[in-house]
Design a protein around this ligand. Sequence first.
Ligand code: ZN
Length: 379
Amino acid sequence: MTVLDALAALQTQGIGLLEAVRGMSRNELAAYGLRGATAGSWLRLADVFFGPTRRRRAQAAAVAAARDGELSVDALLIIDKHTRKLLDGDEWALRAELCRLRGTVDDIDRAAAARVRELNRTAKDSDRKAYGRRALRGGKNTDAQGLRTITVTLPERLMAQALAALRTTARGLRRDNARLSYEQAMADAFTAHIHGRGKAAGREALTPLVVVGLPDWARLLRGDGGDCVFALTDGTTITGAELIAHSLADHHLVGLYDPVAGPVNLYRSQRQATLKQRLLLSAETILCPWPGCTTGADESQVHHVRAWNHGGDTNLDNLSMACPVHNGRNDDDPNAPPRHGRLAREGGRLVHHPPDGGPPQVNTHPIRGMSARGLLDDA
Ligand SMILES: [Zn+2]
């Protein structure tokens, strides 16, 4: 057995491992080479799946599903983390449901987050509770290079707005100094805003586009679409109730999509028609289509699927949004040896052909299910 075989065998036995370590002390488990904090989290998790509970049957169902799916300890830790974010309802039923998720740990992470988010939207006072958890932490420990780090937690809309304001300032800083990296410019923008020297927020910021399917639009107009959830091109989501409360025209463009015929129209007064392609493409993808990428369409660039230099047209069927990183990495030259793979349109969908020649992959992030393309695929 090679070392990699051993790793693979261990990773498929998360439940078996937890069963084996249950009852050990933190020090005993840490003696196997784990960090103390990691050992502690394994032991807490072992107690969840094997400790006493009044919900014995639900617990057994979760254990069986996790064993059946050969989930790793990492996957189980993530499932438990998301389960604990449930605001209202049956935690054990949810834990068992999430243990039936399959895929890579990252796939499970995203799907579990999306599922809990969906459940929490219907919880009483969910917005107020989420807002109550806003926080700025850290900044007190100096690392070996003399640096300190803070973490800021905000409801997604507030965070998207804050970052959009920082990005506007950062763009200006990079125009003045091309040697600044994106991260450096964002850090400088943060400091500038703290000292009141930020660009007036919002003036140059993009207006996120809300993607609404026609059936939901009809419900919104009737006033009973409050519980609908829509995706925005900045990678956040909004409920029908919030959309109505915020007066559509002032804040967001709204794209309407017919499940059969595709894009119908873009409603909005102030944007120029020259942006129409970009807006349609943003609504189509919501996020960069590269597998695993979480960059919103608003921060992405228009990408030629068949490169401009190789005769590709600037037509919708040859364009897609792609984040700056993946737009740059894409193998534009079909004759050069593959390095990072390339984006392609197949059956209207955007796929990524990996450089090893394997089957095409898509970005499976759950919010993409609410993109215009996702609405079409659903229909
Ligand atoms: Zn990307």
